[in-house]
Design a protein. Structure first.
Length: 265
């Protein structure tokens, strides 16, 4: 399965292994080799999403992709950094959240990720809480003999954390505990998002290497997987601040916005 998914990601549209996931007016348009993910003007009252992915959304979610994987594509966005609302991007993740922000398992990803200034996700040390980034997030990896106990501890932390994140005075401790079980690396990308750029991700067993227009922008410890491929644009607002504030909500999108992708042949 992993090899097949990687092969299909290197094809131009249509892409057999990817499915459309559309919410509240989101749509996918195809013109030649270009796939456009579009969300219409919307308000913070409802979630809106235009997405391509290769996994089922019903629980328990199952993912097909493990390293080594190679992703090559060109992409551009309708609006520049700061003006694009919500979140958008492409890469691999484990879809660890419910729509209202409940945590199903520790988040894990290796992707190019954008969030607008309404978000404040302070995950990696020294990195800003929003903007366009290359990012890798993985659980801290125990030794083989510790993995059974680690899995039980992780599930307990997730369960306790979902409760603690809602309690004033405790949420900051819960956020600190959550950060203790993940390893995060991010690099802020200083580029014009409205122009076409070539994005490359080599997700290898030990390291993930991100390049933009042939220039390496981040080299980070690699998640093991399995993960699902995703490309999307939506109106999410996410806050995971070091102060303990934790919130998932939606933002107003005053005009249609989109992400265009051209997958490498």
């Amino acid at each position: 399965m992993a090899g097949r998914a990687a092969h299909n990601l290197n094809h131009s549209s249509p892409i057999p292994s990817l499915k459309e996931h559309l919410v509240n007016g989101g749509r996918v348009e195809r013109v030649g080799d270009v796939v456009r993910l579009v969300i219409p003007p919307t308000t913070r009252a409802a979630y809106t999403d235009a997405q391509l992915d290769d996994y089922e959304h019903a629980l328990p979610r199952r993912f097909a992709n493990r390293p080594p994987q190679r992703l090559r594509l060109r992409a551009r966005f309708s609006h520049p950094t700061g003006a694009l609302k919500g979140t958008a991007g492409f890469g691999f993740w484990n879809h660890p959240f419910t729509r209202d922000g409940g945590v199903l398992e520790p988040p894990c990803n290796v992707w190019f990720f954008y969030s607008s200034p309404e978000s404040d996700m302070q995950i990696a040390p020294g990195a800003p809480g929003h903007g366009f980034k290359a990012a890798s997030l993985r659980p801290r990896l125990p030794s083989a003999e510790q993995q059974g106990a680690w899995g039980g501890l992780t599930r307990a932390i997730v369960a306790a954390g979902n409760l603690a994140l809602k309690l004033p005075g405790v949420s900051a401790l819960a956020m600190a505990a959550a950060r203790s079980v993940v390893q995060a690396r991010e690099a802020l990308l200083d580029l014009d998002m409205t122009e076409w750029h070539c994005y490359a991700l080599d997700w290898l067993p030990d390291v993930a290497v991100f390049r933009v227009d042939g220039v390496e922008v981040l080299r980070a410890p690699s998640p093991r997987g399995p993960l699902g491929f995703v490309a999307w644009v939506d109106n999410y607002r996410a806050v995971a601040a070091r102060s303990g504030e934790y919130a998932f909500a939606y933002v107003d999108v005053p005009e249609a916005q989109w992400l265009e992708l051209a997958f490498a042949r």
